[in-house]
Design a protein around this ligand. Structure first.
Ligand code: FES
Ligand code: FES
Length: 207
């Protein structure tokens, strides 16, 4: 069956690929015509624990962690933000998704120490049982979860997606959430939920 292209022509995996290509070109000097500006001298830290601060859901949290600690492990094991799940731990499944400076990222692929100064949003700051986010409510309305293990990552990714694409089509949603996997196969429910949330939040037509 031929694959329909999303109207906006984007996908999360495609975005990640393009970032990788661009970074590679820059680091090999292919795009530069002048000598690079003097970079600040790097300061080595670790391998033992070092103190730093993370800004999560609008609040500062002081931590003392080894530089090798991922943001996923810092959130779950050191700060008790356990909504994001550590499943593949290699940037494949999306269960660990959080929002960093407005973009959905796999927290298992970000070092916590590199997240200093960034604005990190987790599901705990987006949706609560008392005040469910429209995306969370739409997941319930559309039976968009079975075991639920992938659901927090999907809800966070969907929230970030809708913030940037307030009136998506079904194909847009399918491609935009292509970085999240569900082993229970709830994809149709998830996509319907995201379209419903878009309609509620932004008055989209969901064509
Ligand atoms: S646990 Fe991070 S992408 Fe799977
Ligand atoms: S609902 Fe079980 S992995 Fe998605």
């Amino acid at each position: 069956m031929s694959e329909k292209k999303p109207s906006s022509g984007f996908s999360r995996r495609g975005f990640l690929t393009s970032v990788g290509v661009t970074s590679g070109a820059l680091t090999t000097g292919l795009l530069t015509t002048e000598a690079p500006a003097q970079a600040a001298e790097p300061v080595a830290v670790g391998p033992g624990a070092v103190p730093f601060t993370l800004t999560i859901n609008g609040k500062p949290y002081k931590v003392n962690l080894e530089p090798r600690t991922t943001l996923c492990d810092a959130l779950r094991n050191h700060l008790e933000f356990t909504a994001s799940k550590r499943v593949c731990d290699r940037g494949t499944c999306g269960a660990c998704t959080v929002i960093m400076d407005g973009k959905a990222v796999y927290s298992c692929t970000v070092l916590a120490i590199d997240a200093q100064g960034r604005k990190i949003e987790t599901l705990e700051g987006i949706s609560t049982p008392e005040h469910p986010h429209p995306v969370s409510q739409a997941f319930v309305n559309n039976d968009a979860q079975q075991c639920g293990y992938c659901t927090p990552g999907f809800v966070v990714a969907a929230k970030a997606f809708l913030d940037h694409h307030p009136n998506p089509t079904y194909e847009d949603v399918r491609h935009g959430l292509g970085g999240n996997l569900c082993r229970c196969g709830t994809y149709v429910g998830v996509r319907k939920a995201v379209l419903e949330a878009a309609k509620q939040r932004h008055g989209g037509s969901n064509a």
